[in-house]
Design a protein around this ligand. Sequence first.
Ligand code: CIR
Length: 253
Amino acid sequence: MYKRAIVRTPGESLIHGLTTADLGIPDYKKALAQHANYIEALEECGLEVLVLGPDEQFPDSTFVEDIALLTKNCAIITNPGAPSRKGETAAIKDILKEFYGEVEEVQAPGTVEGGDIMMVGSHFYIGLSERTNVDGAAQVIRFLENNGLSGSLVELEETLHLKTGVAYLEQNNLIACGEFLLKEEFKEFNLLEIAEDESYAANCIWVNDRVLIPSGYPKARETILGAGYSVIEVGVSEFQKLDGGLSCLSLRF
Ligand code: CIR
């Protein structure tokens, strides 16, 4: 069960965030409202949410998931692969020290983004993507092993981040879409398939026995309800315009 989450309110510079989507420029006011709803949903799941103020210097800084990995035993600050995001990590260090005492840090030439790391109990799957390289992933695995945890690699071919296409919902249930439906690494899970035309909904999050899903994906909603979960829908269209989803907007621990 999670107790807390860290989020960062988007700044007006959000409109300059990185994207490969062709969905237009985010509406800042709408993004703020959606972010507030997202915080409410996390609170509804029983989390105490620490809300950091906007950091205008970094347009993508609302996607806090990418800059750290928080586990039950350790905190690891990543080194984002996107050059414009590297500076985001400095601001989180002192905050994490308050909760964890010590924090580990991924060093160059290693690069890692938290969106590429999926926790399954004490094991962490690390996607090798355009943002996360072998050196960075090896550093994370070393930190995990030093702290009684484990990690393994997953090659990505199509998606931005590992968790763009998979989400672990506990009880051996794995939401999966596209390339992840056939991966050897995930064969032992009970796969809950997300159709290609609803692939954005594969980025959902389990929070204390409830599942947050993006609103507007009826088939995905039925699949997750059918697996016995209570679902909370949250509109995140303005973040989708920047390739971001529900998991990217918080660090849950
Ligand atoms: C980026 O490209 O870095 C941001 N615009 C979106 C980050 C999404 N984060 C995630 O999937 N964990």
